[in-house]
Design a binder for this molecule. Sequence first.
Ligand SMILES: [Ca+2]
Length: 540
Amino acid sequence: MKTMNTGPRVWPCLALSLGLLGAVCSASPAQAKASSQPPACDIATAQQLVSGATITAAAMQHTTDGVTAYCRVDGYVATQGPGPNANRVNFMVSLPEGFKGRYYYIGLGGAAGYVPSPPDTLLSQGFAVAGSDAGTQTFVLDWTFAIDRTKAFDYAQRGVHVSSVATQELTRGYYQLKSSQLKNKSKKLYRYIDGCSGGGRMGNVEAIVHPGDYDGTILGAPGINTGNVLLFGKVAQFLIQHPEAWISPAQFVQLEQAIVASLDRADGAEDGVVSRVINAGIDPAALGIFTEPQLQTLQMIREGIDLGGVKYPGFPLANPIGWSSFLIGNTPPPWSMNPADLDFPPAGFMVFDSQSRGLFGLTYNFVEAMDFNSAADVSHWAQTYEDVFIESGTADPADLLGYLKGGGKIVMWHGIADNAISVNDSIRYYNQLAQARGGLARTQQSARLFLAPGVLHCAGGIGPQDTPTQALDAIVRWVEKGVAPQSLVANRAPSATLPARSFRLCPYPQRALFKGGLENPKGLDVNDAANWRCALPHHH
Ligand SMILES: [Ca+2]
């Protein structure tokens, strides 16, 4: 296999699907405008507002529509240890005119690696927007930076924390939230962190390790289980060693059509969408289109992996066409490591290979070195990950209790068709959180999980595409007004093949039920969320 070469032009769509886009929101704002002018937007002034960080740039900018002016401040926090090298966590915070007392931190997916730009929509709505590279400066699917254990620790937990502290200090200072001139009586800065995949991991780690940093946390398809990447490696190794077990994209299209044909109605609405997590109910072997080795591949993906104690549950059968890009590869092995070639490996291989090199050395070749059938090998890998990415491996949901008891709110969401992180793992995590918190009812007072039908990893697929927007809207109301979300209504824009649709997403374990039912005698529009309601499974 050729050497790892990960140019930035690879996987642009994947970068999107890893949750690199910020969300937008349209909540009604609290009055929090400073009555006095904000300080000047320049390096010297910004530097005076913050301790423990070095400001490198500060300048007024405008949203692309030219309407909203904001002061963008860039800087870094110097870090040291546990490795011998020092490091820098680069950050930005953008401070708009028309500030509404809200601060939003952009959680980055994948390996982070760059300072994100603030979304215009959030700035126009009066959010101060912050983000950082989490202390890494590599491509989004390259974790080899972890060879430097200082960078590994920054990525795991310290980077988001120190940049949150610095940018919140800058926000408070810029808007003079410590002064008495605010109309906002509480002088409260409402702080939100939002991300998907690796970005969800960031929010989860913050809530666990630094529960005082945020008031509201959005966990989109969060990477919270080391078994997730171990399963990537296991599947990729199996395919490399057994190329005949590779499954073509065309076969996944056939499988998906068969799944929808047989399971569509099981959720109570014939709408071409499998709206429930269904882990059984279809036997791929019965379709007669897969060979025995291919059935083994499917079984591996559905089975998950055992870390010894913690289990990473496998993927449900929902919309498996996404499995080609993430798990199986669009072309059969052997794969080329040259991004210019079309026979590039699946994203899951890239993730597991680079993480393995980051953990065990740049020349480490997991395909040769790992035995995924050996419990000792699997648990050694997982344990090394825990030791290097401290507090960022397999999370214990009980560790969220401090954040929740302190008043913090969590909106968690996950696409049922997720092709990178199994929706079953978010369900597992939420159920275990409910156990630790003393039951579902109590847990739902501060943490809710919403499942989005048809959504691939963070975005894409036939389901709703603005779930992050709706989740932010919901958590703002929850944090600032105490109104917990009874459901989220998320939307899909019309496409060449599908009409516009709104979806009702219900707090787990509730499900969305179509009021028209399978027969739909009144001819209700299945594409309108108003015709769906939330109910517990046994109430239909
Ligand atoms: Ca259906």
